[in-house]
Design a binder for this molecule. Structure first.
Ligand code: SF4
Ligand code: SF4
Length: 97
């Protein structure tokens, strides 16, 4: 038996968003942290029967935050210019003092 890792791939002129339904558990963290609010629930099912996610690529800035925060490495972001997305910054910074 062969396991195939087939991502759902979305693209714009900045880069590529690839999500692997075999890894996504539908936690919604990427939706919560996307700075441009372009990730939403998909009609595609993930491995455990939950829905997976998809982006509206016209608004995706290929920042890579979704890739960084996903606890199951289900998202890969590729930039067409070859640069690597920087480490994720918190969306909201709260002062504690
Ligand atoms: S790369 Fe950035 S803008 Fe694009 S979907 Fe992920 S978090 Fe949102
Ligand atoms: S953060 Fe990862 S596991 Fe959670 S919904 Fe997004 S892609 Fe799926």
């Amino acid at each position: 038996m062969e396991i195939q890792w087939k991502p759902n791939v979305y693209e714009n002129d900045r880069g590529i968003f690839a999500v692997f339904p075999e890894l996504c558990k539908g936690c919604g963290l990427c939706i919560e942290k996307c700075p441009t609010d372009v990730i939403h629930w998909s009609k595609n099912l993930a491995f455990n029967g939950t829905t997976t996610v998809e982006p509206r690529m016209e608004g995706c800035i290929v920042c890579g935050i979704c890739q960084t925060v996903c606890p199951d490495t289900a998202i890969s972001i590729y930039r067409h210019d070859g640069s690597n997305p920087p480490a994720a910054e918190p969306r909201v910074t709260q002062k504690t003092h």
